[in-house]
Design a protein around this ligand. Structure first.
Ligand SMILES: Nc1ncnc2c1ncn2[C@@H]1O[C@H](COP(=O)(O)OP(=O)(O)OP(=O)(O)O)[C@@H](O)[C@H]1O
Length: 358
């Protein structure tokens, strides 16, 4: 799939912007804080109706404005699909083919993408919530039903936790059991989806990682399920504990992921370079996984990461991706990008204005 063009209105530091993209490689060059990441963020927003770097939607709207709009045209096997997302204080409206989608699960998945940004270098070493967010965002793109269950699960969890805030003596075990069932219905689906996803992703990531390390390292992904056996029994067993702690102590909201290289946990024993390469392998692995799941290659967004990677690995990365996916790269300097193909679009970004260079 390809993103042919994009239009922004009041998105971050862009008042109005319209860009046509190159089908293979698009390079955004500029000093710090000029608006390079904002472009990739806008593409991410068009695909997933949220930002990759903030959960505060308001930050995305240009200062002193009240509404933003991002629209674009995606070219897929089945034809061109116009997409549009509008955001204001009342919420967001997403349209595909000019039709409003009432459920985000019906909209997300129209434009599949993989974003690799400095934040992702945290995937291995960051908090478990970073890895759960990773599973949620990636799975949500390829499985609309996952998004649906995830929203329902979080709602049920919020309700159960709100009930647990009461004084322990006031909590009715029968009502708590009803809330348990709601959690289990959606939680078990999340667990099953995550297990399949990590297994498939692990296979692809192992192959990519072997390629990036010239066969020296064997990467394994382990899905650390918080629920070891039966979810309902685990919740029931913890009624006492949860009543006193005032929160739900077991469930997929406590899941995690472990990365292992040659039998050693990368978070504990890996060098910083290895941790970065693992994060990159996992991201690149998604290219093939998304193709397997949807029949289309996603687009690839690389935000200011070229200088972080070593030279050979960098080249491997670009060459592996360019044949398959339309790629968008931001950078402050061309120094790290010496061996780029000649056929590309180069944009210079300066204070919220973009010019195209031939
Ligand atoms: N809501 C907003 N309204 C207007 N301007 C904003 C808004 N949010 C951020 N900005 C501006 O956007 C600019 C930052 O853009 P961006 O994050 O894309 O930088 P960048 O070019 O990627 O830089 P770096 O290389 O440092 O990552 C800053 O000048 C900031 O003031």
């Amino acid at each position: 799939m390809k993103l042919n063009q994009i239009q922004l209105t009041n998105f971050r530091n862009y008042e109005q912007l319209s860009l046509d993209f190159h089908p293979q490689l698009n390079l955004f060059l500029g000093e710090n804080a000029q608006g390079k990441t904002n472009i990739l963020e806008a593409i991410y927003f068009l695909a997933l109706t949220r930002s990759h770097r903030t959960s505060h939607d308001k930050e995305l709207i240009r200062w002193s404005e009240s509404e933003l709009r991002v629209s674009g045209v995606v070219e897929k096997n089945e034809g061109r699909v116009p997409l549009e997302v509008t955001l204001n204080s009342k919420g967001r409206i997403a349209k595909a083919n000019h039709l409003k989608e009432n459920r985000l699960a019906d909209y997300i998945g129209q434009l599949n993408l993989i974003m690799f940004a400095p934040e992702n270098l945290d995937l291995v070493k960051g908090a478990p919530s970073v890895r759960r967010r990773f599973m949620d965002m990636e799975l949500g793109q390829i499985r609309p039903v996952y998004l649906y269950d995830s929203v329902r699960y979080n709602r049920a969890l919020k309700e159960r936790n709100a009930y647990l805030k009461f004084d322990a003596s006031k909590i009715d075990p029968q009502l708590l059991a009803v809330l348990d069932e709601q959690l289990v219905i959606h939680g078990e689906k999340l667990i099953a989806e995550r297990a399949t996803f990590i297994e498939k992703l692990g296979t692809y990531a192992q192959a990519v990682h072997a390629q990036l390390t010239h066969g020296k390292e064997r990467l394994t992904l382990i899905y650390e399920k918080n629920v070891k056996n039966d979810f309902l029994s685990a919740l029931t067993e913890r009624h006492e504990l949860d009543r006193f702690r005032h929160q739900t102590s077991v469930g997929p909201h406590r899941d995690d992921l472990t990365f292992v290289i040659n039998d050693r946990n990368v978070a504990d024993f890996g060098s910083q370079g290895q941790q970065r390469t693992v994060a990159l392998s996992v991201k690149l692995a998604e290219i093939d996984l998304i193709f397997e799941e949807t029949g289309e290659y996603p687009i690839l967004l690389l935000d200011d990461v070229m200088s972080e990677l070593d030279h050979t690995r960098q080249l491997d990365l670009i060459q592996t991706s360019l044949g398959k996916t339309q790629t968008f790269i931001t950078t402050t300097s061309l120094e790290h990008l010496k061996n780029m193909p000649h056929d590309l679009a180069r944009f210079t970004v300066e204070r919220g204005k973009i010019s195209k260079n031939d």
